[in-house]
Design a protein around this ligand. Structure first.
Ligand SMILES: Nc1ncnc2c1ncn2[C@@H]1O[C@H](COP(=O)(O)OP(=O)(O)OP(=O)(O)O)[C@@H](O)[C@H]1O
Length: 267
């Protein structure tokens, strides 16, 4: 499984302003790529190009060596699943119904999923720790549980590339942790995860690769430890930070601590 993006440039409509400007990178199995960059720099637009929603771009996107412009949405969906930023329900399907939607590619009419489809959906929910929610209304579970339900839907879709737009947005501290741990387990199992995040610590804690996008361009690409330094974060976000080396038992990683403007809590 491979995904290569080369010289991707894109502008909406007839606008001359490029939202994506000569973006190139590739990912391999087991990669968890954290895409960082301030609001409005083109992260979601890049995802929409990779998913085949936007096609009038310049450059090349190759999925297993094939130009995605030559693939229809069903062929792309065999390999790429999308977990959108907003998990808000439109209709009150059960969690099981939502997970079964991942089988749309294999089962034309979801009105009659058979026993093996249900077992498959249930196994994906079990894998993510949400099997007990199968009959709950999708609109009646928490935001974190909805994120996990959409990850389960992606698993039954059997796509090995998961694209996640800010999977921890609006999640409480515990759910951020649980969702990120499950996602990094999937990368360890050989999935390719590409996610956007506004949290440099999530890149340090969970990702093996980071892209920093700014003004539609990739301005840094490498391991989080190599590329996320105080200078880059100041340039991109305008915030002074201290990058701290942190060791807990055998775990060693970095953490990003803002020090701008004399920040301090009341003593
Ligand atoms: N459908 C659209 N038509 C025209 N311009 C758009 C459209 N969608 C996004 N844009 C513009 O493209 C730019 C990039 O938007 P995009 O949503 O890709 O950014 P982002 O990096 O994902 O932002 P955020 O972190 O806030 O989610 C923004 O200037 C945005 O206003």
């Amino acid at each position: 499984m491979s995904l290569e993006i080369s010289h991707l440039s894109f502008a909406y409509g007839r606008r001359t302003r490029l939202v994506l400007d000569d973006v190139s990178f590739s990912v391999k199995e087991g990669d968890l790529l954290a895409v960082l960059g301030p609001n409005g720099v083109g992260k979601s637009t890049m995802f929409r190009c990779i998913l085949g929603f936007l096609r009038n771009y310049r450059g090349n996107i190759r999925l297993n060596g094939l130009d995605i412009k030559t693939l229809d949405h069903k062929e792309i969906a065999k390999h790429v699943a999308y977990i959108p930023q907003s998990t808000h329900p439109v209709f009150n399907y059960t969690v099981l119904d939502v997970v079964l939607m991942g089988l749309t590619n294999q089962v034309r009419l979801l009105g009659t999923p058979n026993r093996s489809h249900i077992d498959e959906a249930y196994a994906a929910m079990e894998n993510l720790g949400i099997a007990h929610l199968r009959d709950a209304g999708y609109g009646e579970i928490s935001g974190g549980e909805r994120q996990l339900a959409l990850v389960a839907r992606a698993l039954v879709q059997k796509a090995k590339i998961l694209i996640m737009d800010e999977p921890t947005a609006n999640l409480d501290y515990g759910n951020q942790f649980r969702v990120m741990c499950r996602i990094s387990d999937l990368a360890r199992d050989g999935y390719i995860i590409i996610l956007s995040t506004h949290n440099p610590d999530h890149a340090f804690l969970y990702a093996n690769r980071t892209l920093m996008i700014y003004g539609g361009r990739v301005i840094a690409d490498g391991t989080p430890e190599d590329v996320l330094d105080a200078g880059l974060i100041k340039d991109v976000y305008g915030v002074d930070v201290h990058i701290e080396d942190y060791q807990y038992g055998s775990r060693r990683h970095k953490l990003c601590i803002p020090i701008d403007g004399g920040v301090g809590k009341h003593e």
